[in-house]
Design a protein around this ligand. Structure first.
Ligand code: ASP
Length: 464
């Protein structure tokens, strides 16, 4: 069984097991990332995964990714190639290198497929300066053609079904309508990720990593029961593996927890991939193409499954700066906070946190964003609220300890601070979100890694 028989998602595990090889009428959308489709060998794994479950009906591929650490992603090769569009000789060489990547896959799979026509057209469009979005999108487009041929699925060009408006903003309504109508005509199809079309037919891409978004959009349009996002890791880890060796995997995470952790730097899924599905309550399962037997991480709207370790995850970032403002009788000065924050707004700086005391008010911002406007902000605050003192403290790191389990457990904050004290780390700031979903802790940059390790140890290591 894929999932243990706890409440909430247990039924899915049971059905999945019974269903292997047959169809249950469920619909799954499966997206495969670049590393999952980087070579013929990876294509074979993907095909095996898809054919193991007949409900995997709609497939969204990325462009071929890196085959090793020194390799180049096809998307990057395409951007580079397009920048040489004015130089016929360089263009020939660069297109040939890209074509060779696909040919190697086609030959490795023993497919009778030629991409000659497509490459001829791509070259012409490059010479006509069709745009860098068009150029980058060809990675997914061509990979979609190869994958569809290999799986014997229909190929649907994303330009037909993913719509942007005149301003280049994704048009959800039009897309849903077109996608539903088109996919309603086909049982099984491959729809390339990452791009769509503007009303005039020109190609527009999402931001980098955007095939995840296409997968979500397709899942929503077809009312999928599950969106499987296949990558090269077995799900979200409780914390950054560069800081803690072999951290545990998160089994189940809610969209809100994921948002908190992604915001603080944890990445596996494109942040914008969550929004189309959140409203629909469609779960996402992050899976590993190289270890399909691993359950991966299930992302859900809500669940009664408690996380294994009280906390769900720990993420953080360095490079914040605190602007500490003090003024006698600040507490009785109505509008003080608004006036201070207005200065940040006028300077186009978004703030992260605003911890405050009776006569103190602190604004925490990204140092890189703040630095060039620093003097404008300081003089602005002086003019706006005439503080007694104003000082800056740079080199701060923020750590988010996130978990839906914190609300039901006493002593979570106590355990965090005991662990930090034991590790001799000075806590510079504390902020607990009103939802009790997260506790944010500010420490000095140089204490960051030790602090993450101390929190991981107290909640995870000691519970194993
Ligand atoms: N191929 C695109 C990129 O490298 C999109 C994706 O892989 O999701 O960003």
């Amino acid at each position: 069984m894929l999932y243990q028989n706890r409440c909430g998602y247990a039924f899915l595990g049971v059905h999945v097991e019974k269903r292997i090889g047959g169809t249950s009428g469920m619909k799954k959308v499966v997206k495969f990332g670049g590393s999952s489709l980087a070579s013929a060998e990876q294509f074979r794994k993907v095909s095996e995964i898809i054919h193991a479950d007949k409900d995997r009906r709609y497939v969204v591929p990325s462009a071929p990714g890196k085959r090793g650490s020194k390799d180049t992603k096809v998307t990057d090769m395409l951007y580079d190639c397009y920048s040489a569009a004015g130089d016929a000789e360089a263009l020939t060489k660069k297109i040939a290198a890209i074509q060779a990547r696909y040919q190697e896959i086609i030959d490795g799979l023993g497919l009778e497929l030629s991409l000659e026509e497509q490459f001829k057209e791509i070259r012409e469009r490059f010479e006509q300066h069709a745009g860098s979005d068009y150029a980058a999108s060809r990675g997914e487009y061509l990979n979609g053609i190869v994958l569809a041929a290999y799986l014997e699925y229909d190929f649907i060009d994303a330009a037909e079904v993913i719509c942007f408006d005149e301003d280049g903003v994704f048009d959800a309504e039009k897309t849903d309508e077109k996608m539903r109508a088109r996919l309603g005509e086909t049982e099984r199809a491959v729809i390339p990720g990452f791009y769509g079309a503007m009303p005039d037919g020109s190609i527009k891409t999402f931001s980098r990593g955007g095939s995840d978004i296409t997968g979500s959009i397709v899942a929503r349009a077809v009312h999928a029961d599950l969106y499987e996002n296949w990558t090269d890791v077995s799900g979200f880890l409780v914390t950054d593996p560069h800081i803690v060796q072999n951290p545990e995997t998160i089994e189940t995470i809610t969209y809100r927890e994921l948002r908190e952790l992604s915001y603080m730097g944890a990445t596996v899924l494109h942040a914008d991939a969550i929004f189309p599905l959140r409203k629909e309550g469609i779960p996402i399962n992050i899976k590993n193409t190289n270890r399909p037997q691993d359950p991966g991480t299930l992302i859900v709207e809500s669940t009664c499954r408690q996380p294994r370790f009280t906390i769900t995850g720990i993420a953080g970032k360095k490079g914040f700066c605190a602007i500490n403002i003090e003024k006698d009788q600040m507490n009785s000065e109505i509008g003080f906070g608004r006036k201070v924050l207005q200065v940040f707004e006028e300077n186009g700086i978004s703030f992260e946190h605003v911890p405050s005391g009776i006569d103190t008010f602190t604004v925490i911002v990204h140092q890189s964003e703040f630095m060039e406007k620093e003097q404008n902000v300081i003089s602005g605050i002086h003019r706006a609220v005439q503080p007694d003192t104003l000082d800056l403290e740079s080199g701060l790191a923020l750590i988010a300890v996130v978990g839906r389990g914190m609300r039901a457990n006493r002593g979570t904050a106590g355990r965090i601070f005991a662990a930090l004290s034991h590790a001799r780390i000075n806590v510079k700031m504390i902020d607990q979100g009103s939802s009790e979903l997260n506790i944010i802790i500010g420490v000095r940059n140089e204490d960051f890694e030790n602090a993450v390790r101390a929190i991981y140890d107290i909640f995870v290591q000691t519970q194993l």
